[in-house]
Design a binder for this molecule. Structure first.
Ligand SMILES: O=P(O)(O)OC[C@H]1O[C@H](O)[C@H](O)[C@@H](O)[C@@H]1O
Length: 517
């Protein structure tokens, strides 16, 4: 069998036709003889995942993937035992060797090992009962929810609430993550304490930012005349004992499994604020959308697997073309937080320098994920995409159905701009002078939802979870640990404890800010 190293060498040495050449239907002669161009290329490199209601189109034709590259990546998937790793993921086996854990997030939406799915469904059922009881008034009048969490315990809830609760919201949700008290004060200013619940979301129930913010939120309730502040708290955690110890009543603890990673936990009770905002019916539709992607990812082989195909393109740009970043532009105001969410998912998962079996990696790992919303970004950062010296693969995400009720001109212009950018990046244009020259040949992929409803959002997120996993498997790394975040936390603790000396710069900063012991 060809080794991974040989396949990377083969990929590096493949001819590098431009996107224009790949699209020209009459390319003939040599190895490119059977390379489909034009509409055939679009047919080869785009496909849909069907959801309960509508579906999503994934068009990867404006990337440099061609038959030869795809064939090499398919062999790489075999060399890296992609099918075996995927079976382990869905079989609930250990796929996070440094922590000896499975990664059970797919079970939360009904995919995978039967016993684990059953356990997950029971927990979601329990969350649903609490959400519905609150909606029906079991905890009195509830107008606001302050959701306190950070990292994976905040980014998913913030995205889900922002994307889905615009037309109708059962409850006004504020997600607070930063230890900077300004964040919490902002939420306080928008809430009536007598009608506010506090969700404390922390997998470990030990994170200093979250626990400090939670204490301050309880104090705010108390200072504002709420007689039993503790009775207004819901805990979302994989450490229910910790929550009990902290003082939360067991009936208001919504647990989730230790084997669900923080950045993969939106489907668990960490999704409570989403369910509070949009109701359980939409939350279940959100899970169903993710389940449809699970099925596609689990049951499709080779490049026909749209998730795996996206990972092929990701790795082609990172490892063969040396791209250090990857940009995501949502042409949809509701997905304004999607780049932030993806940053944690992709960079915390795959920003690694050793393989799963503890050897140095044999090439660059996760690119830097960045992005924003269109059309805003066009007027701010697209200059660099069109004419800068960096090659940046771009994903465009849009919805055919509008999210607004205004004049249809708004949505038409939005979508036309989205498609125009992909076309312009690829085509380029010869200029009268170098400053007006657009080199073109710049890749993009387009993800087009029929509608951006709860199911589509679930599908989009699951697509990216699996895309991240597929990238990791093909690079031979473990995407499920995050030891890189620990050192800074330990140093902060040491500073708080005092009595320790650091480097001269840090010591001087501490002294200047009055923080030296
Ligand atoms: O949910 P928690 O235990 O409070 O953790 C919150 C976050 O903190 C950590 O530093 C990790 O880097 C994240 O992966 C995690 O999501």
């Amino acid at each position: 069998m060809t080794t991974a190293a040989e396949l990377w060498t083969r990929l590096e040495n493949l001819p590098r036709p431009t996107l224009g050449e790949l699209f020209s239907a009459d390319r003939d002669g040599g190895e490119g003889a059977d390379e489909p161009g034009g509409a055939d290329r679009v047919a080869m490199l785009s496909g849909r995942i069907e959801l309960d209601d509508g579906g999503i189109l994934f068009d990867w034709s404006k990337t440099h993937l061609d038959r030869a590259a795809i064939a090499a990546f398919e062999e790489l998937a075999v060399a890296m035992d992609f099918a075996g790793m995927r079976a382990k993921l869905f079989g609930g086996e250990v796929v996070n060797p440094t922590e000896g854990r499975a990664a059970d997030h797919a079970t939360l939406r009904g995919t995978g090992d039967e016993a684990k799915v059953e356990e997950a469904m029971a927990l979601i059922e329990r969350m649903g009962m609490l959400v519905e009881a609150i909606h029906q008034g079991a905890l009195g009048e509830v107008e606001h929810l302050i959701h306190i969490g950070i990292g994976g315990s905040a980014l998913g809830p913030a995205l889900g609430v922002d994307a889905l609760s615009r037309d109708l919201s059962y409850c006004d949700v504020h997600v607070v993550s930063n230890i900077d008290g300004v964040a919490l004060e902002q939420a306080f200013a928008a809430c009536d304490p007598a009608k506010t619940l506090i969700a404390v979301a922390s997998k470990t129930f030990t994170t200093i930012e979250t626990m400090t913010n939670a204490e301050s939120a309880l104090k705010w309730l108390h200072d504002n005349g709420v007689s039993d502040p503790g009775g207004r708290v819901i805990a979302l955690t994989a450490n229910p004992e910790g929550a009990v110890e902290w003082g939360v009543d067991e009936t208001r603890i919504l647990p989730f499994q230790e084997s669900v990673g923080g950045r993969y936990s939106i489907w668990s009770s960490i999704g409570f604020p989403i369910a509070m905002a949009v109701g359980m019916e939409d939350f279940r539709a959100f899970l169903a959308g993710a389940r449809a992607v699970d099925a596609h990812f689990r049951d499709t082989d080779g490049a026909a697997n749209l998730v795996l195909r996206a990972a092929f393109a990701d790795l082609y740009y990172t490892r063969v073309r040396g791209c250090q970043t990857r940009a995501v532009f949502a042409y949809d105001e509701r997905l304004g937080l999607f780049p932030d969410y993806l940053q944690q998912l992709e960079m915390e998962s795959n920003g690694k320098r050793v393989t799963a079996d503890m050897r140095p990696v044999d090439g660059p790992t996760a690119p830097i994920t960045w992005g924003g919303v269109g059309t805003d970004a066009q007027h701010a950062v697209f200059q660099l995409l069109h004419q800068g010296t960096h090659l940046v693969p771009v994903d465009f995400i849009a919805s055919i159905a509008p999210g607004d009720d205004l004049d249809p001109a708004h949505h038409r212009i939005l979508l036309m701009n989205c498609f125009a950018q992909g076309a312009a990046l690829m085509a380029g244009k010869a200029g009268e002078d170098p400053a007006r020259n657009y080199p073109g040949d710049r890749p993009s992929a387009t993800i087009l939802c029929d509608d951006l409803d709860a199911g589509a959002l679930g599908a989009l997120i699951a697509f990216h979870e699996h895309r991240t996993f597929a990238n990791a498997v093909l690079m031979g790394i473990n995407p499920f640990d995050q030891f890189g975040v620990e050192l800074g936390k330990a140093m902060a603790k040491a500073i708080e404890k005092g009595g320790e000396e650091f480097d001269a710069s840090t010591d001087a900063l501490l002294k200047t800010a009055g923080l030296a012991g």
